[in-house]
Design a protein around this ligand. Sequence first.
Ligand SMILES: Cc1cc2nc3c(=O)[nH]c(=O)nc-3n(C[C@H](O)[C@H](O)[C@H](O)COP(=O)(O)O)c2cc1C
Length: 229
Amino acid sequence: MTIDTGKAKTVTEAINTRVTARAFLDKPVSVDMLEKIFETARRAPSGGNLQPWNVHVLTGEPLNNFRNEVVGKLMKGETEGDTFPPYPSPLWEPLRSWRYKLGEDMYKLLEIPKEDKPARLRQVGKNFLFFGAPVGILITGDKRLEVPQFYDIGIYLQTIMLLAREQGLHTAPQGAWRAFPDTIKKHLGHPDEQQILVGMSLGYADADAPVNDLVADRAELSELVKFYT
Ligand SMILES: Cc1cc2nc3c(=O)[nH]c(=O)nc-3n(C[C@H](O)[C@H](O)[C@H](O)COP(=O)(O)O)c2cc1C
């Protein structure tokens, strides 16, 4: 399936056409559009109305300076230690298989075999270029937040992702950014009480990039949803 780059007209359409885009066009997103998205996203709900997100939207030079520094570190093999592990370890079934299948489906599309570890690593490394997107979003939050506030951050992310679809834009939510807390702090200058929670690429998806043809599987409705009638 080819990625839908049209503007979603309904919430259902926004949900059905949202995918994680992993290749973006070198085409700027207007300030007007960005303001519209983030202004509307203020309405995202949060438990107790805590609004526990601190949102940093990078474009232009600040974005380029930041990602160049991160990529420079990656090239030198420098790491900083994730703020959180990405998944429980070990991961159990069927979650483990779902995660594995996602990776295999993506590398199949890209024609990168399992043995070609450097090529697979290069693909992972594209996370740290925000997949070429003209807008990089980093969300920091207070280190004292509890688990329920992380639900709120997730809801906020999805709100942005759906509003982006309404503008004909695509997104990639990225936990990968938790791997560079020090460089993020250096560039954002957020208070010591905060830490990086998640990032997101935003822009116009490259419809010609094979990686954007990926449609991640989902469990059948009956596997995860039970109706009590
Ligand atoms: C909180 C969160 C963090 C994610 N982090 C990454 C990431 O670091 N890199 C990446 O390529 N995809 C990341 N993803 C995308 C997921 O792999 C993707 O949402 C999932 O496979 C379903 O595919 P879809 O978004 O295309 O429907 C993340 C998604 C979420 C919700």
